[in-house]
Design a protein around this ligand. Structure first.
Ligand SMILES: Nc1ncnc2c1ncn2[C@@H]1O[C@H](COP(=O)(O)OP(=O)(O)OP(=O)(O)O)[C@@H](O)[C@H]1O
Length: 244
C-alpha cells in the first residue's frame, strides 16, 4: 500500500471556531510530509484527528489502511508519536523509560542502539528531570522510534536542539526514510523543512493555503527563498512589519 495516511475533508471546530476546516491530504510510503503554519493554525488539531486521539466533526481518515478510531490497538504497534511536553515520571531514568516503552511493543527497536545513534547513550542512567532541553527532545524522538514504526509523527521536531544535534537528527531521519519509514512532521524551522520534506501543506486558520513541494511553494510566490515564501503565504511578514 503506497498511501500511508489519507485524510479527506477533515473538519474540527472548537466553540464554533474551525481549527481544521476541510483538510484533505495524502502521504506516500517512504516520504516526509511537513505540516506547517503559524501558532494556532491547526497543526496539532489535524494531527490529533489523524491519530484518532481527537474526534473530528466530519471527514474520513485512514492510516496504513485502517481507521484510527476503530483500529487503535493495531495502529499503536505500527505508529510512533513524538510528544511535546510529555508528562513522564521525573525520577525515572532514561534507560528505564526506554525499556518500559519497548516492553509495550511486539517488535521494538533496541533502545541502546537508538540512544547511541542520537548521541545520548552517556545519559542512559540519568533521570529524566536532569536532562537538558535538547537531550529531552532527542529522547522524545527516540521514544517515537522504539516501536519500529511504519509511520512516525514528529511534532516540532528539533525545537531546542543545537546546530550539530539538528544535523544529526536530519541525517538519521533521512536514512530511516531510505529504509521505508514514512515521516509526518511539524516544524517552525524552514531550513529543516527544505532539507527533509518531500511534500508540505501550509495551514492558516485551519485552512490549507498551500499544498505541494517546497520548490512549488517558492515558484508560486514572489520570492526566491522558501522562508520568505512561507512568511508571504502565512502573512507573518505583515505582522512582523506592523510591529516595527
Ligand atoms: N481543546 C481546545 N479547546 C478550544 N480551542 C482549542 C482547543 N485546542 C486547540 N484550540 C484552538 O484551535 C486552534 C488551533 O490549535 P492547534 O493547537 O491545532 O494549533 P497549532 O497549529 O498546533 O499551534 P502551535 O504551533 O502553537 O502548536 C487555536 O486557535 C487553538 O486555540
Amino acid at each position: 500500500m503506497n498511501e500511508v495516511i489519507k485524510a479527506e475533508k477533515l473538519c474540527k471546530t472548537y466553540n464554533k471556531t474551525p481549527a481544521a476546516d476541510n483538510i484533505s491530504l495524502s502521504v506516500k510510503r517512504g516520504t516526509v510530509f511537513g505540516l506547517l503554519g503559524a501558532n494556532g493554525a491547526g497543526k496539532s488539531t489535524t494531527i490529533e484527528c489523524i491519530l484518532g486521539t481527537k474526534t473530528s466533526d466530519s471527514g474520513t481518515i485512514s492510516i496504513l489502511g485502517m481507521n484510527p478510531q476503530t483500529s487503535r490497538k493495531q495502529l499503536f504497534q505500527k505508529v510512533g508519536v513524538q510528544f511535546q511536553d510529555a508528562a513522564y515520571q521525573d525520577n525515572i531514568t532514561v534507560s528505564e523509560l526506554c525499556e518500559v516503552t519497548a516492553s509495550l511493543y511486539q517488535d521494538s527497536a533496541d533502545p541502546d542502539k537508538l540512544l547511541q545513534k542520537f548521541g545520548i547513550s552517556g545519559k542512559a542512567k540519568s533521570q529524566i528531570k536532569d536532562l537538558s532541553g535538547g537531550e529531552r527532545q532527542r529522547l522524545f524522538i527516540i521514544l517515537a522510534l522504539i516501536p519500529n514504526p511504519e509511520v512516525v509523527f514528529l511534532d516540532e521536531l528539533t525545537t531546542g536542539l543545537d546546530a550539530r544535534a539538528r544535523r544529526q537528527v536530519w541525517n538519521i531521519l533521512s536514512s530511516l526514510k531510505e529504509h521505508g519509514l514514512t515521516i509526518f512532521l511539524t516544524s517552525h524551522f524552514m531550513d529543516e523543512i527544505e532539507n527533509l520534506c518531500d511534500c508540505i501543506c501550509i495551514l492558516k486558520k485551519g485552512n490549507i493555503i498551500f499544498y505541494g513541494t517546497v520548490a512549488e511553494a517558492v515558484a508560486s510566490s514572489p520570492y526566491e527563498h522558501f522562508e520568505d515564501a512561507y512568511l508571504w503565504y502565512t502573512d507573518e511578514e505583515e505582522l512582523i512589519d506592523e510591529n516595527f
